[in-house]
Write a protein that binds this ligand. Sequence first.
Ligand code: EPZ
Length: 444
Amino acid sequence: MDKFRITGGNPLRGRVSISGAKNSALPCMAAALLTSETVTLHNIPYVRDIITQRRLLEDIGATVLTPELRTHKIMADHVELFEAPYELVKTMRASVLALGPLLARFGRARVSLPGGCAIGTRPIDLHLAAFQHLGAEVGLESGDVVARAPSGGRLRGSEVHFDKVTVTGTENLMMAAALAEGKTVIHNAAREPEIADLGELLNKMGARVRGCGTPTITIDGVESLGGAEHTIIPDRIETGTFMVAAAITKGELEIKGCRPEHSAIVIAKLREVGVEIEEVNQSTLHVRCCAQGLRAQDVVTEPHPRFPTDMQAQYMALMTQSEGVARITENIFENRFMHASEMQRMGAALAIEGNTAIVEGPTQLTGARVQASDLRASASLVLAGLAAQGETIIDRVYHIDRGYERIERKLRAIGADIERQKASVTGSLRGAAPQAEEVATGIN
Ligand code: EPZ
């Protein structure tokens, strides 16, 4: 498995471009299953999860062409299989996003029940209950979820109240409801920008979705959907990660190709900490650490538009370099502090009390050999390594390759001393990041 070697201490300076949002590309790719016509998606990030989603669509029978590295043309006109197999779902739980489209268009779907992952049990009970509200019969068979539309073959629109905000649950239901008979109203819907991006694509395909970005989304089902062309929004979590990178290294970055409006809460919190952030225009941020240094500030993760759980680990790394004590409360996932113990090995002064991490700073971090456990934890360890004295080796960087495009290249281009150490030829390349050519041609 690949490793990163980082020598910390370099202030990051220069310009970095943000890639497309993985968490929008994944549902938008799944939405292509709703039509037999071509759906063309631009600004797709080339990361491991996209390769996995592409494999899933091809296994189902769709054709996926990549005329350019970040453009996917998806044609689901010859779907023969209505299931997402275990080996793909265990790699990426977002494979469950195939459920809604398959059920809506073909009246049947079989998806391996996703196991938990490092950050939590990750159930999908809310997804399944929502499908049942639309008239689907849902059962479990040998670890797979098996769903069937009512005997007439078509789902029926309904009012659905989510007990908890669920991002992919909202997305799965939007896609299922798009082809259902009648109206569906989703209450307590997720409000993330990725929801609105999916809603925009669905409407381009002929769906009738209203209210994205609010807690109540209304979908008037239609008989069928057509093809469309759509550009995926920039990745707000990658944007936040690079804002923290500028601050934690006391550098200065121009962040291009982003959408500041999608990062409002993160920008506000980092400004409270003392990071100077200028919104240059609708796609550019200018970020630098202020002269007075960083001040510890508490944060609580909540569904959008509150502080995102996907920025919690990166924020923790920044708090190790901030003056004072910060209380970081994780309200979304039950086990999302795996990075804390690795940061302690680098010298961070922090303690965990239930779902709250208490971080005292600033502490001088020292390089160490650490292990990535999940996507955002690995990003936080990169940030800690950039600030640490000496050399940090991060194992299992395939986690970070799931959601960040060749992050070491982007970091090196702005002054970081970081290199990827490829797994030995005899060793497993399983964790290897997708090479650009692999993504472009699908040779994996
Ligand atoms: C999405 O995951 C994102 N993934 C996650 O990003 C993100 O952390 C999460 O939303 C929260 O913002 C994608 O969009 C592909 P949830 P999702 O359903 O949809 C519980 C990353 O790093 N829940 O909003 O799986 C669940 O256990 C990844 O890019 C149920 O109990 O998250 C959690 O506690 C990590 N039953 C909470 O709700 C369900 O049926 C929110 O989960 C569904 C969820």
